[in-house]
Design a protein around this ligand. Structure first.
Ligand code: PMV
Length: 320
């Protein structure tokens, strides 16, 4: 029996991953670019060689479909693996569009590979984490991370790549927690629904590479206005594929829309703040660190909980 514990941070996509070109290998239809956060984290322990397979998430036995996703990742580490026990805990609401699957599968990939004595090179772990949740392949590095499309049909070149470390740019991501309740439809199902039924989906795919190129240049030159604009555009194009799907899907709640208006009003007053949303109602606002307090005040009119996060670091293995 060997045991390993890993911690990883979630990441927020500044240019979104939305849509798959291969569902088995989890290869994306579009490239994406993200920021790994500090403070929020998932901590996961893997016992490699237990009495029976067991998965515990946030203090409870995992529901069967979630346990199956966790165990499927362990099978990829070693198809002839022994029974394993996985205990995982996140310090923020899961399944609410706060990118919890990104930190969960990054921490799981690292803890499982370390416990199994397998490859723990970040690129190998990124390929593995991608199979559990696409966005997780970007959480193998801190700071700004790109996930290019890759070209190979087997996905070998489809993994995250660090663009700039957390120390490159001290921006803030202010998170307005509109609701911590589980979302109405998971991201895999929602992106597939959009692909099949939205007339906006082809435009979404066609414009994504230019958005990543623009965001990359903005990150490297620390141009917040350019980054904020492309982030908002990517967000609204992604959500447009849902609004125009049949039947349509809206992750936004009334408080979500109120936060979007509040961010726009901040900008009209000269505060550099731009918003994004993922597959859930929560709003994340990108701004300079020195503007974060003003953003918190504006969002607090509409939600009860607001958190200020900054760029976070790489995943870590806890010493044994
Ligand atoms: O990693 P998944 O399969 O849960 O998909 C995540 C999709 C978004 O969070 C909406 C966008 C992204 O790039 O993280």
């Amino acid at each position: 029996m060997t045991v390993a514990t890993a911690r990883a941070h979630p990441n927020i996509a500044l240019v979104k991953y939305w849509g798959k070109r291969d569902r088995v290998l989890n290869l994306p239809a579009v490239p994406s670019l993200s920021l790994t956060l500090d403070r929020f984290r998932t901590r996961t322990t893997v016992v490699w060689g237990a009495e029976a397979d067991a998965v515990e998430l946030d203090g409870k036995v995992a529901p069967a479909p979630r346990a199956a996703r966790v165990l499927a990742l362990l099978d990829l580490v070693d198809p002839r693996r022994p029974p394993c026990r996985v205990v995982s805990e996140s310090n923020f609401p899961v399944a609410a569009g706060l990118a919890s699957s990104s930190s969960a599968f990054a921490a799981l990939a690292l803890a499982a590979s370390a416990a199994a004595g397998a490859d723990t090179d970040p690129t190998a772990l990124s390929r593995l984490a991608r199979r559990g949740s696409g966005s997780a392949c970007r959480s193998l590095w801190g700071g700004f991370v790109e996930w290019p499309l890759g070209e190979r049909p087997d996905g070998a070149d489809c993994h995250g790549m660090p663009l700039a470390p957390a120390t490159h740019w001290d921006v803030a991501m202010v998170v307005a927690i509109v609701s911590g309740a589980p979302k109405p439809m998971g991201s895999t199902e929602a992106m597939e629904h959009a692909r099949r039924t939205s007339p906006c989906y082809p435009t979404w795919v066609r414009t994504a590479s230019d958005d990543v190129a623009s965001a990359r240049a903005a990150v490297l030159s620390r141009d917040l206005e350019r980054l904020g604009e492309v982030m908002e555009s990517s967000t609204h194009k992604m959500h447009a594929t849902l609004h125009t799907a049949r039947p349509p899907l809206h992750y936004e709640l009334p408080a979500t829309i109120a936060c979007l208006h509040a961010v726009r009003a901040l900008r009209e007053r000269g505060v550099g703040a731009w918003s994004t949303m993922d597959a859930g109602p929560n709003v994340k606002v990108l701004c300079e660190r020195f503007d974060a307090a003003e953003v918190v005040v504006a969002l607090s009119d509409h939600v009860e909980r607001v958190e200020v996060l900054g760029p976070g670091g790489d995943p870590v293995l806890e010493p044994r």
